[in-house]
Design a protein around this ligand. Structure first.
Ligand code: SF4
Length: 168
């Protein structure tokens, strides 16, 4: 059986982002994995109870998803509203959803305060990036799920194709 992959729903083009749009990932592997029934789409922010569209949010003070999970930092909308609880709840649901669907891998869009795994924004709402994890990516890594960003899809393809050749 092919390993399944939890994918950020916006990467499948679903209109779940804060701005009410999707951000479809154009890569030949996406169509192949969909045909093979490997992809399971999920949006942690919607699962956590946030509406779409919604104000943009960032993790404050240059901190990361682990800090939010541990209560050392907050996720704050550009309106000033604290949405940390919704982000942590959405991340927990994402982990449960991945487990329930047999996903050992996750392909998450980078830069998001939920799904980012290579970089996130620093909380100043001025497009300043820094290396770090979003809340969902942090909880997934903690749960032992292998997280790849959309920019790392070729590495995930290589890993899964190698695994299929060697193990399956
Ligand atoms: Fe996409 Fe993740 Fe944001 Fe949902 S929480 S819109 S899946 S980046």
């Amino acid at each position: 059986m092919f390993p399944k992959i939890l994918i950020s729903a916006c990467l499948l083009g679903r209109p779940v982002r804060y701005d009410g749009k999707g951000k479809p990932l154009s890569h030949p592997a996406i169509a192949r994995w969909q045909a093979e029934g490997r992809l399971v789409g999920f949006c942690p922010e919607q699962a956590g109870g946030l509406p779409t569209p919604r104000p943009p949010a960032e993790i404050e003070a240059g901190m990361g998803g682990e800090d939010v999970v541990e209560g050392r930092a907050r996720v704050v909308e550009n309106t000033g509203r604290d949405v940390s609880g919704a982000f942590v709840e959405g991340g927990r649901q994402a982990v449960e959803f991945a487990r329930a669907n047999g996903c050992a891998f996750a392909l998450l869009i980078d830069g998001s305060p939920s799904c980012g795994s290579g970089f996130i924004y620093d909380g100043s709402f001025s497009a300043v990036r820094h290396p770090g994890l979003g809340v969902t990516a942090a909880l997934m890594r903690r749960a032992g799920i292998s997280v790849y960003s959309d920019r790392e899809i070729d590495a995930l393809v290589a890993h899964l194709d190698g695994k299929a050749g060697n193990d399956l």
